[in-house]
Design a protein around this ligand. Structure first.
Ligand SMILES: Cc1cc2nc3c(=O)[nH]c(=O)nc-3n(C[C@H](O)[C@H](O)[C@H](O)COP(=O)(O)OP(=O)(O)OC[C@H]3O[C@@H](n4cnc5c(N)ncnc54)[C@H](O)[C@@H]3O)c2cc1C
Length: 255
């Protein structure tokens, strides 16, 4: 890797594991100080034919961890992900030294409920929220007064990635509720959880959990269509204040 630029770390991959043929977890050691707030993204890159290709990736790890974790989907025709996918532990990649993004937990608005809605890799920032708050809760820095409700959508059960970790967290943490939902349950007779896209079940769960615009901030992350549909549903429920809905759209939907 030839980039000599002090805006970048030459980060080292320390671990990778595959959840599905096109979904994998990647952990990296930055090689220097890297500060972030849960919900922010890092910019990863590689040099190819003398050109730098960079893309943003939400951070799944919490700031207290000594490595930075990502949950990535392979886009077969994409410029970066096929190259990222080929990397193994010990390999290097470029990582900008500064994390960015405003998709962070809003604890200032007075709304104590947080409705988190995502598709597949869009769960990453929410994993960071839960890991960070869980440690704070166990060490007495968080009193549990903010409640997190996570609707995690995927087409098929193997796409969740973090389902086991989040299910365990929900069983342990009184302030965290987790619902994974599968939109293509056929072929998966073993799936006994919720069925439907995350935006399809959003209204039902918002009612069930008594979440409204007065007490809740909503966060939508991942697939652009889910975000557009989810925002329309939330708007009809009165989520009209600009700060009541936060979004992180991972790509632009083709028109
Ligand atoms: C703030 C932010 C955070 C992000 N966090 C993550 C993350 O945590 N994990 C992750 O996997 N991606 C994440 N993304 C998407 C990521 O930045 C890249 O766009 C993605 O990895 C594809 O890169 P690529 O170079 O391989 O494809 P590109 O060459 O950039 O894209 C090729 C085509 O595929 C479309 N596309 C891009 N991503 C997808 C997708 N997932 N499914 C279908 N079509 C797609 C693009 O719109 C484009 O038309 C994030 C994006 C943003 C803006």
């Amino acid at each position: 890797m030839r980039v000599l630029d002090d805006r970048f770390y030459h980060a080292t991959i320390t671990a990778r594991s595959e959840f599905a043929p096109d979904l994998w977890m990647l952990r990296v050691r930055a090689g220097g100080e890297f500060n972030f707030i849960p919900g922010q993204f890092a910019t990863l890159g590689l040099e190819s034919d003398g050109k730098r290709i960079e893309r943003p990736y939400s951070i799944a790890s919490a700031p207290f961890e000594n490595e930075i974790e990502f949950f990535v989907e392979l886009v077969p025709e994409g410029a970066l992900t096929p190259r990222l996918y080929a990397l193994q532990p010990g390999d290097k990649l470029l990582m900008r030294k500064v994390a960015k993004g405003k998709f962070t937990l809003d604890t200032e608005s007075g709304r104590k409920h947080h409705l988190l809605i995502c598709t597949v890799t869009g769960v990453a920032p929410f994993v960071s929220f839960v890991r960070a708050l869980s440690k704070d809760w166990k060490e007495g820095r968080f009193d549990g007064s903010h409640k997190l409700y996570l609707l995690n959508g995927a087409s098929r059960p193997w796409e969740f990635g973090y389902k086991d970790e989040l299910t365990r967290a929900a069983a342990e943490l009184p302030w965290f509720t987790y619902v994974p939902t599968v939109s293509r349950p056929w072929d998966h007779s073993e799936w006994d959880g919720e069925i439907g896209r995350a935006d399809d079940v959003l209204r039902k769960y918002a009612d069930h959990w008594e979440l409204d615009a007065g007490n809740t901030t909503a966060y939508l992350c991942g697939h652009p269509d889910m975000i557009a549909n989810g925002k329309a549903i939330l708007k009809r429920r009165g989520f009209i204040e600009r700060t009541a809905v936060k979004e992180e759209t991972y790509w632009i939907a083709p028109r």
